[in-house]
Design a protein around this ligand. Structure first.
Ligand code: NDP
Ligand code: 2IT
Length: 456
């Protein structure tokens, strides 16, 4: 006779009940719930079909972060005013390697947002094939209202607390929205001052002190390399196609740069104030001007549009523009179901996420049900963290590789992620469900490592 306790432990997961319970417990964290729901919808059927994953509380453990660190950042700004902000680091899962993931400085940052980003990071990092666990952090500050001195003072105050919880073999932060090479430099300087260590504790560093070639470009370039794999697989073209890009930050502008290099027409870039619409596409010189001026926060998209005779759509997103492909590269929830329907009507046939979760769950279903190829960020934007992983490797070796070497690795990694998505996402008719493929492809290594390491 089968032991009834053992039998009940090995019962398959009930998707609805599991997600229902999660939704109740975390009703106040809708972003986190969306990320987990999208994951479990494809993972639970897979787990139920593979009994080795049953009976060990695996999914229950996987959806809870190892720890959430919250702290106060008190600091004196350059005017001598006392300022107080809230800092976070969510260390979600380190089954396959040290915690790894970016830091976001944004006034709207909440525990919910950091948790969803950290959860996504676990499976994205696994997909890269490199040994990295998942984490995310940041602070609820608006870097746009700070001058350079205040940015430095804030980064130092932030690191005064964060340094207790990070280390090159334990947790390695990087950039994200509002955190670029400048902020990473100040954070690194303070870590070094506090610990006397010159180690790979952060990635996205300047080239003079351990940064990797191609890291600034990696997320955007990787996104286009992934799109090229998708298009080749589906016998579709990139050259001459009209592409919508949202955002005008690190990911968006490097996505646009690689798209232009590949002969595509980039018809939009955007930010929180509006959209620059380029009906016949943007030329490389125009993009380079924008990169120089936008990264220094010296120009607005309105000025850019005016300078080159483009159309400026104040307060609008790019999604109403007719196009073939879309690359949302700004932030979460840029595209809802209503917007998705409009994009389908306008002829969009491929959506590749450069940002993390820019598409709501409802909108992703609209794309999938309309036959639009939809690629989730955990597959398509993994190039950034992949090169972060290679920055860690180079730091450990005390070496640095050339631009060509690192770009070669990036291309190979994005190709491998695509193969993995096909392996686990292809259906009987040969169509690829990239959500399913990326989720299962990322899950297996983390799950197997957790099983091997026991209940800890
Ligand atoms: P940046 O700070 O460089 O740029 C962010 C861009 O998005 C800016 O143009 C900003 O406009 C816009 N934006 C931010 N919030 C909003 C909003 N609420 N509405 C409209 N536009 C907004 O960040 P990144 O380019 O690094 O990051 C962009 C996305 O890519 C994020 O989702 C991030 O998590 C993801 N990502 C980043 C990686 C990296 O390596 N940097 C790696 C993988 C994913 P404005 O300046 O007006 O605020
Ligand atoms: O979302 C992401 O993958 C990032 N912000 C990059 C993380 C990293 O550690 O490079």
């Amino acid at each position: 006779m089968v032991d009834p306790v053992l039998k009940s432990r090995q019962a398959p997961y009930d998707t609805e009940a599991f997600i229902g319970e999660l939704k109740q417990r975390y009703a106040h964290q809708p972003m986190f719930v969306q990320a987990v729901e999208e994951f479990l919808e494809t993972i639970i059927p897979f787990v139920n079909a593979h009994p080795k994953y049953l009976g060990k509380g695996l999914l229950e453990r996987m959806v809870e972060p190892d720890r959430i660190i919250r702290f106060r950042i008190s600091w004196l700004d350059s005017q001598g005013r006392v300022r107080v902000n809230r800092g976070y680091r969510v260390q979600f899962n380190n089954a396959i390697g040290p915690y790894k993931g970016g830091l976001r400085f944004h006034p709207g940052l909440s525990e919910d947002v950091v948790k969803f980003l950290a959860f996504e990071q676990v499976f994205k990092n696994s997909l890269t094939t490199l040994p990295m666990g998942g984490a995310k952090g940041g602070a609820d500050i608006d870097p746009k209202e700070l001058n350079d001195i205040d940015i430095m003072l804030f980064c130092q105050a932030y690191m005064n607390e964060l340094f207790h919880y990070v280390g090159p073999d334990f947790d390695v932060p990087a950039g994200d929205i509002g955190v670029s090479q400048r902020e990473i430099g100040y954070l690194y300087g303070q870590y070094k001052k506090l610990t006397h260590l010159h180690v790979g504790v952060l990635t996205g560093k300047g080239m003079e002190f351990g940064g990797s070639m191609i890291r600034p470009e990696a997320t955007g370039y990787g996104c286009v390399y992934f799109a090229k794999e998708v298009l080749a697989y589906h016998r579709m073209e990139l050259k001459g196609k009209r592409c919508l890009v949202s955002g005008a930050g690190n990911v968006a502008l490097h996505t646009a740069e690689k798209l232009i290099e590949e002969g595509a027409l980039v018809v939009s870039v955007s930010d929180s104030k509006g959209t620059a619409y380029m009906p016949n596409g943007m030329r490389m010189e125009e993009l380079q001007w924008l990169k120089r001026h936008k990264f220094d926060r010296k120009c607005s998209l309105e000025e850019f549009a005016e300078r080159y005779g483009f159309i400026y759509l104040e307060g609008e997103q790019p999604w109403g523009i007719k196009a073939d492909y879309a690359f949302p590269c700004a932030t979460q929830h840029e595209i809802n179901a209503h917007t998705a329907k409009m994009m389908v009507r306008n002829g969009v046939r491929l959506v590749v996420e450069g940002a993390n979760m820019p598409v709501t769950l409802d909108a992703s279903k609209v794309f999938q049900q309309s036959g639009v190829i939809y690629v989730p960020g955990k597959a398509s934007n993994a190039g950034g963290v992949a090169i972060s992983g290679l920055e860690m490797t180079q730091n450990s070796m005390r070496m640095s590789w050339t631009r060509e070497e690192v770009d070669g690795y990036l291309r190979k990694i994005m190709k491998r992620i695509h193969e993995r998505c096909v392996e686990f996402g292809v259906d009987k008719d040969g169509r690829v469900d990239y959500v399913k493929g990326a989720n299962i492809g990322g899950f297996i290594k983390v799950a197997d490592a957790m099983l091997a390491q026991g209940v800890i």
